[in-house]
Design a protein around this ligand. Sequence first.
Ligand code: GLU
Length: 307
Amino acid sequence: MISASVDSRPSGRIGAYCGRFAPSPSGALHFGSLVAALASYLQARSLGGRWLVRMEDLDTPRNRPGAAATILRQLDGFGLGSDGAVLAQSTRLRAYHDVLAALGERHLTFPCGCSRQGPGEGIYPGTCREGLAPGRQARTVRVRVSEATIVLRDAIQGKFRQNLAREVGDFVVRRADDIVAYHLAVVVDDAWQGITDVVRGADLLASTPRQIYLQRLLGLPTPRYAHVPIATNAQGQKLSKQNGASALAEGRPARTLHACLEFLGQRPDPRLQRATPPEVLAWGIAHWDLSKVPRRAAIVARSGQDR
Ligand code: GLU
């Protein structure tokens, strides 16, 4: 198993519950990211599990100075503290490169000279799969996908199938700017940290089969997945740091947490809006019911600001 050669941290079996929240420091937390943080936290805590924060800071062109510190301070203000040291992916480059090298040795990856082709830009047609055309420079490294359909049983979204060959194609694991791709890093770290359960935004549902595929190639365990609905603004657009969703207002954190619980279908007691964050979290842990989380957002987030 490649996992054994990455380092000696035990992995391989799903053990005691361990969840995580894995923000990218591309901006401050907004309502949608807090929803994901809270859902993953409550699911872990209500089952007596651990909860870790991991800073996904590999995408340096997108990182914003100070954003990691801001996110951690915001989480703290909501009473959401990591159970262990916060792992920054930038400290893990060696592990990712070892995995890339091992995949390359097994001919599971290949260098690709094609220009940028990202999600939504079509399925990779396999141009460089059998080798680079003469004179072509390698830009990225792609993993060869198989014909098998990957079936994910998501605890909120239900059964989700994807045929990587037909719907995605060979995907990038090392980018043209030499940055390790998100899918590879997330899989390596979820296993290394012993994550048993991934609770995150439904915008990543369609990425999950790629991650499961990598787990299989690497002999790593597949965590359980639950994808919470995505908060949208009144125009129906996903709130994201990239589209400038306003950061969460600093005041009245209990009110914000209450709004997140409502968004997650939990029917929190309205009096909690005037409670303290630890009181709201205690209520959340005691009453958390994953089966009440809607598949799609029933509530439109007004904006991060007025929460
Ligand atoms: N870092 C990713 C993001 O902020 C989330 C990764 C994950 O939860 O798997 O969108």
